[in-house]
Design a protein around this ligand. Structure first.
Ligand SMILES: Cc1cc2nc3c(=O)[nH]c(=O)nc-3n(C[C@H](O)[C@H](O)[C@H](O)COP(=O)(O)OP(=O)(O)OC[C@H]3O[C@@H](n4cnc5c(N)ncnc54)[C@H](O)[C@@H]3O)c2cc1C
Length: 494
């Protein structure tokens, strides 16, 4: 009997996970990836002994990784050597004050009381709420899919409106816990990972600072790309075939079915099912025939983008912690200029990563590998953004902020620079609008309201990845891949 077959478009995290699940069920799986290696946004390059993770740098929600690797028949702690990063972040405020986010609660207490007397009690209550949000949201919203509207808009889900505070804004909700704006910023900046401003994000997202403090942030030996390597090894062992440097041009359809894929070289590949891991709005716009749905998707809210700098540096900067965040005083104006004006704030909050602090193999001896990430707006429709001058301004801002930590003259020690901007993100991974996290996670784009893991018309076309359910981030992409694979198997058997 002929084996059932699936073509997966894209070797991103969700594509790799889904492919491995399906192959483990005996399906004949081929992954077609436009780039020369797997990983998608979880990418990597090496130059002169400097190793750069160009996408994710933080392994958070470790319990999700543990569960998802276990579902693939692997023990996370055998396939990856994970090291705890504690303190997770070193925060630097505009007034020069510093604060670390650490699971050492005594240290947190000292730092918080110093900023605002009485605030540590607020933190304890905030973390309690974060725990409730995390537990409930993971079980009821994230770790499952919604195949019909009635599963989502059900009486059973009504208590979630109270339990998860989805109708309250995250920043406004902080008034119950702290007064000091620096503390409010320290426990809401994580919303940017969802492509949202804390001024519009649901208060549900207090689950993110909670998981970072309670479950920790981790670093795999060899960097985040080690996660990709582990997934590729699992997929290959299960029998998945990979075609790299192979781009899909079209998903031909007839009636209510997808008929395989057509590659840019004109070759046609057939399969019973197509699973698109490439970013969903791009798939509708560029690979499928229907224009109306593509246009509807393009009008949805997209997350921001980033300008990233990758620097090989000829000396070490021990003052730099692994993850440093510079949080601007004009916190609200920061999000407004990124999300509303699609630009670069005058005084941007930004992030600097020094992986050599976590794993010496990431930089040559006595040298540093530095990554700076500056959030910016996604590509505008009229193409009026000047990315070269925005890049130069972003670089100036990074140097200015680093001087606050005593890092001076860095410019003279940079051996080489690689930088990425929204145009690069679009070109590298086919991300519509160069939006690094895909569709954002506002209330109108969550749960059943987020694009589903199956096409509404083509019954054998499925989706997995950041812009579909449940959303962005490496752990979430792993869940998305599993849910899509599960749905394929369920509907095949039905
Ligand atoms: C700068 C940055 C920092 C981040 N930091 C973190 C972090 O610290 N922690 C975290 O958990 N997450 C982080 N993320 C988010 C995380 O990287 C993503 O959510 C996740 O990797 C998305 O995986 P995916 O499977 O959805 O899709 P993708 O990574 O987009 O994979 C899709 C794949 O499809 C391929 N493709 C596209 N079109 C075609 C085509 N026509 N034919 C063939 N192949 C195609 C692409 O090349 C790509 O490989 C970060 C992302 C970025 C960009």
């Amino acid at each position: 009997m002929k084996r059932r077959s699936v073509i997966v478009i894209g070797a991103g995290i969700a594509g790799l996970g889904a492919a491995a699940h399906l192959a483990r069920c005996g399906i004949d799986v081929t992954v077609v990836e436009k780039n020369q290696r797997a990983g998608g946004r979880c990418d990597r390059f090496t130059r002169g002994g400097h190793v750069f993770d160009t996408g994710p740098t933080l392994l958070i929600m470790p319990r999700v990784y543990e569960a998802e690797f276990a579902a693939l028949g692997a023990d996370l702690h055998r396939v990856l050597e994970l090291h705890s990063v504690d303190p997770t972040y070193h925060l630097v405020f505009d007034d020069g004050r510093r604060m670390t986010l650490t699971s050492d609660m005594q240290h947190m207490q000292r730092q918080m009381e110093d900023i605002q007397p009485g605030s540590f009690k607020g933190l304890q209550r905030y973390l309690d709420e974060g725990r409730r949000h995390y537990d409930v949201a993971m079980e009821r919203l994230v770790n499952r899919d919604f195949r019909s509207a009635s599963e989502f808009f059900s009486l059973r889900n009504l208590p979630l409106l109270h339990q998860l505070k989805p109708l309250q804004r995250h920043y406004a909700n902080m008034r119950h816990y702290f007064d000091d704006p620096r503390l409010k910023a320290a426990f809401t900046f994580q919303d940017v990972y969802m492509g949202l401003s804390p001024f519009e994000a649901p208060a549900t997202f207090s689950m993110m600072p909670y998981t970072e403090l309670a479950h920790g942030a981790w670093y795999p030996r060899g960097g985040m790309y080690a996660v990709v390597r582990a997934l590729v090894a699992i997929a290959r062992r299960a029998g998945v075939r990979f075609m790299f440097n192979t781009e899909v041009r079209e998903i031909p359809t007839r009636d209510s079915l997808a008929r395989g894929v057509v590659l840019t070289n004109g070759r046609r590949l057939r399969a019973d099912v197509v699973l698109a891991n490439a970013d969903l709005p791009y798939v509708f716009k560029d690979l499928l025939p229907e224009e109306t749905r593509a246009a509807q998707l393009e009008r949805k809210r997209f997350s921001c983008s980033v300008i990233s700098f990758f620097w090989g540096v000829d000396r070490k900067y021990p003052a730099l912690a692994p993850h440093t965040l510079f949080l601007a005083d004009d916190y609200r104006e920061n999000f407004d200029s990124i999300i509303r004006d699609l630009g670069l704030p005058g005084n941007p909050s930004l992030y600097v990563h020094a992986p050599g602090r976590l794993d010496p193999s990431m930089a040559p001896e006595d040298q540093d590998t530095l990554i700076a990430i500056v959030p910016v707006g996604h590509l505008s429709n009229n193409g009026d953004q000047d990315w070269e001058s925005l890049r130069d301004e972003a670089r100036r801002q990074v140097f200015r902020r680093l001087r606050l930590l005593g890092v001076r003259g860095l410019e003279r020690h940079i051996k080489f620079e690689v930088s990425l901007n929204p145009l690069s993100w679009r070109k590298r991974y086919n991300l519509l609008k160069g939006s690094t996290h895909g569709l954002c996670h506002n209330l109108a784009q969550l749960g059943y309201l987020r694009p589903h893991n199956r096409h509404p018309r083509y019954r054998n076309l499925y989706f997995a990845g950041a812009s579909t359910h449940p959303g962005t981030g490496v752990p979430t992409a792993l869940i998305s891949g599993r849910l899509a694979a599960q749905r394929i198997m369920d509907e095949w058997d039905a």
